[in-house]
Ligand binder design. Structure first.
Ligand code: ZN
Length: 116
């Protein structure tokens, strides 16, 4: 191999290595940014999970527990999502009078809540 060919090849390969180093550094920066975004999204997701209500259904009544209920299981109307209440005449009914009425006897409500 002539000296000029060797020198040309050396310069070319050295230039490629420098370009590859720059590209790898850019990829490292991108990876660091993406990892930071993942951490931020995970923290936001965890916060949202804590603040959102947990929902369960029992005896055709929607029960929620979370920030909006002070951490207590509370009955809600499964039809219009408003709080349910106990009526002496009709049992467990919708507080917004949407027409929904539960078959559950009012005195059974505490037993159901205890099972949730
Ligand atoms: Zn309702």
């Amino acid at each position: 191999m002539s000296l000029f060919k060797w020198l040309d090849r050396f310069i070319s390969e050295r230039g490629s290595a420098a370009i590859m180093e720059k590209r790898l550094a850019l990829k490292d920066d991108e990876i660091a940014k993406l990892q930071s975004q993942i951490r931020d999204l995970q923290a936001a997701h965890d916060k949202e999970k804590i603040e959102s209500d947990e929902v369960k259904f029992h005896s055709a009544i929607e029960f929620r527990r979370g920030k909006s209920t002070g951490g207590q299981w509370m009955p809600f109307c499964p039809k219009c999502k408003m709080p349910a209440r106990v009526s002496n005449n009709f049992g467990v009914i919708c507080s917004a009078d949407c027409g929904w009425v539960s078959d559950l006897a009012p005195n059974e409500l505490q037993r159901v809540v205890a099972q949730l």
